[in-house]
Design a protein around this ligand. Structure first.
Ligand code: MN
Length: 265
């Protein structure tokens, strides 16, 4: 597991995004006991899990749950408070195999941090694919819109989350709405972004988009995430699984969780 970025680094330039963990391809032998993270809380933001290989299972205190496999995404809104667990699926645990996934944390506007928790499963087949050039470069639109196609995720602020597979020899311009900030995160390989060499896999390049788009070019096939959105311009107080606007709200979130107000599995 590698953290590509976290809001402790540069909260304003990352907004509305908070953190991205990338678990590169890793092989797991067959096992009896499911690996993963047991019951834990979140409040004030959303977790977005993108599976590339393997299968993970989710259960939460809203009663939602499910399995997601290659290409699927779960968009979980913790908002006012949730307890969940995240594990390798039973079938994947028994069979073993390669797991590759990313988890993105998306901040919520202050006005929505107390909204009811909810859960969206976005299956691979529901995620539109847009051709970016005639070499085979493809963007999967998880959230936001590109070339009149709309991604399935319901979001609280304006953003675009794209899962991009750039073909060898690609040289194209990705349109990004005016006023958005953009993060480019290569997952495999390196590319040139606006003429500059990107960081290596799971590094991050931060751009303030000015409506001219972002030039992406590569000699080799590169997989990357494009995370772009309207900055929230609100203070960020982050403490472990809680992301609020003030430290007083963090104390309140901890007290609410301890009092059982986030529900249980
Ligand atoms: Mn979690």
């Amino acid at each position: 597991m590698r953290t590509a970025f976290s809001c402790s680094a540069d909260a304003e330039r990352l907004s509305p995004f908070l953190m991205l963990d990338y678990a590169g391809p890793a092989d797991f032998p067959p096992a009896d006991r499911q690996r993963g993270v047991g019951a834990h809380p979140h409040k004030g933001f959303e977790t977005v899990t993108i599976v590339y290989q393997g299968e993970v299972e989710h259960r939460d205190s809203t009663g939602a749950g499910g399995l997601i496999g290659p290409g699927d995404v779960q968009w979980m809104t913790a908002a006012g408070g949730i307890v969940h667990e995240e594990k390798h699926s039973e079938a994947f645990t028994r069979a073993g195999g390669t797991l590759e996934m990313a988890q993105l944390w998306v901040n919520l506007p202050a006005a929505d941090k107390h909204a009811p928790a909810r859960y969206q499963t976005l299956l691979d087949r529901e995620i539109p694919r847009v051709s970016l050039d005639d070499r085979g470069s493809i963007a999967r639109i998880i959230a936001g819109s590109l070339e009149q196609q709309q991604g399935p995720a319901r979001t609280f602020s304006a953003m675009m989350v794209l899962d991009v597979d750039l073909a060898a020899g690609a040289d194209l311009v990705l349109p990004v709405p005016d006023g958005f900030q953009a993060l480019i995160v290569p997952l495999s390989g390196q590319l040139d972004i606006n003429g500059e060499r990107s960081p290596e896999a799971a590094g991050v390049c931060m751009l303030s988009a000015a409506g001219t788009g972002i030039q992406l070019a590569s000699q080799h096939r590169v997989r990357l995430l494009v995370l772009a959105g309207e900055p929230l311009n609100e203070p960020v107080a982050a403490h472990g699984p809680f992301v609020m606007n003030t430290t007083a709200e963090i104390r309140e979130a901890i007290a609410d969780f301890r009092a059982g107000r986030f529900g249980e599995l």
